[in-house]
Design a protein around this ligand. Structure first.
Ligand SMILES: NC(=O)C1=CN([C@@H]2O[C@H](COP(=O)(O)OP(=O)(O)OC[C@H]3O[C@@H](n4cnc5c(N)ncnc54)[C@H](OP(=O)(O)O)[C@@H]3O)[C@@H](O)[C@H]2O)C=CC1
Ligand SMILES: CC(C)CCC[C@@H](C)[C@H]1CC[C@H]2C3=C(CC[C@]12C)[C@@]1(C)CCC(=O)C[C@@H]1CC3
Length: 353
């Protein structure tokens, strides 16, 4: 049976390279590229068709940070396909990153240097903002939109007698201390990215608990440090040009500097080839590249506890209920112009017109 694969954030970076690698692994796959920018998506699709002329590649317009867009895209997907075998939850943002140079220089001369280069602990802060739905944008994009998408696609993901996989692109930058159950959107802190990536680790564990019995299995991966638009946004491009030789040298020190998106996508591709039942529900699968440029995978235990995962899951369910109700109410208001006439009548009566 030909596999159906949906990839979010497929227009560039890791998502696009993943699509390319999936087509090389399985030319029969039905690939659906979910992109927020249709023009960028079309260009990406055309690029893939240039090297895979017979491939079945579809586009789906999706802005994961928008509740309305997620609901619409999920609806459209369910009309086009009756099954989904792999859902790659890959789109992600790290807006307005600020690098703490003092901590970087201190870290370089400390015993923690390798860990610092792998995780960026204490090195990065971001400036978040609100989406039009009133959610924190990093949380809405990296977590909530993907959670909602998964829930809306449940009928095609959970088909009797079949298994399917959810694959989250998490990060080494996921940090427990950056996340709080009392502030799941990270409204109060300055590390929304770390918080959202830790939340994806927690959520994957909870989803396994709730969905394994329906044939749906969730995993998280870390691509390592990869040079994409997300990382290029951290420093000016001229600085990156100067730093690149040092980045290649650091690869000798730490296997997490995968650098090329092709290498970073290794764990994403590896999971595509695994039996979901054989995967560890509490492991993070890391893409690693040796100093000699060899790619490999390592599974490391997640730093999560089940109760916290469950508590986050419950909070997300509540938020889902609230946001879907809000959006559906807004839609009813728009599709029922009569009520504005009624409001107008009431207004006229009040003025005795
Ligand atoms: N690069 C790295 O070193 C690491 C990356 N990651 C994670 O990998 C994932 C992919 O990032 P990467 O390829 O590096 O970064 P890029 O910025 O290159 O790609 C991000 C992708 O996500 C899409 N995207 C962003 N916001 C939205 C949205 N609201 N709705 C739909 N799509 C959206 C972008 O679309 P558009 O083209 O329209 O901007 C783009 O296709 C992210 O989750 C990131 O956190 C994890 C660890 C390390
Ligand atoms: C060459 C060096 C002297 C200076 C480079 C330092 C930093 C720019 C990088 C050190 C650790 C990196 C890192 C990331 C980005 C680049 C660094 C901060 C990520 C935050 C990118 C996105 C992630 O999800 C995790 C990465 C962790 C490590």
């Amino acid at each position: 049976m030909r596999k159906v694969v949906l990839v979010t954030g497929a227009s560039g970076g890791l998502g696009l390279v993943l699509c390319e690698r999936l087509l090389s692994l399985d030319s029969q796959v039905h690939l659906c590229m979910a992109c927020r920018n249709v023009r960028k998506g079309e260009a990406a699709r055309n690029g893939l068709l240039a090297s895979h002329a017979d491939a079945d590649i579809a586009l789906l317009q999706l802005d994961v940070s928008s509740v309305r867009s997620v609901l619409k895209a999920a609806q459209e997907f369910k009309m086009r396909y009756n099954r989904l075998d792999y859902l790659y939850l890959n789109a992600g943002i790290m807006p307005n990153p600020k690098l703490n140079f003092k901590a970087l220089f201190k870290g370089i001369f400390s015993r923690n240097v390798v860990r610092m280069f792998a995780t960026a602990d204490g090195l990065l802060t971001q400036e978040d903002r609100l989406t039009s739905d009133g959610l924190q944008e990093v949380f809405a994009t990296n977590i909530f939109g993907h959670f909602l998408l998964t829930r809306e696609l449940e009928p095609v993901l959970c088909q009797p007698g079949l298994t399917s996989q959810l694959i989250w692109t998490s990060s080494n930058n996921a940090r427990r201390s950056a996340f709080s159950l009392d502030d799941i959107q990270h409204k109060k802190g300055s590390e929304p990215y770390s918080s959202s990536k830790y939340a994806s680790d927690l959520l994957s564990v909870a989803l396994n608990r709730h969905y394994n019995n329906k044939g749906l299995y969730s995993s998280v991966i870390c691509p390592g440090v990869v040079m994409t638009n997300l990382t290029y946004g951290i420093l000016p491009s001229s600085v990156w040009t100067l730093l690149m030789p040092i980045m290649w040298l650091i690869r000798i020190l730490t296997n997490t500097f995968t650098l090329a998106p092709y290498n970073g996508a290794e764990a994403l591709c590896w999971l595509f080839q695994q039996k979901p039942e054989s995967l560890d529900p509490v492991a993070k699968y890391h893409s690693l590249t040796s100093g000699m440029g060899k790619n490999y995978i390592e599974a490391r235990k997640l730093d999560v506890d089940e109760d916290m995962a469950e508590a986050l899951y419950e909070k997300l369910l509540q938020l889902e209920k609230k946001m879907c109700k809000k959006v559906r109410n807004e839609e009813e208001d728009i599709s029922d112009p009569g009520q504005y006439l009624n409001h107008n009548d009431t207004f006229k009566r009040a003025l005795h017109l």
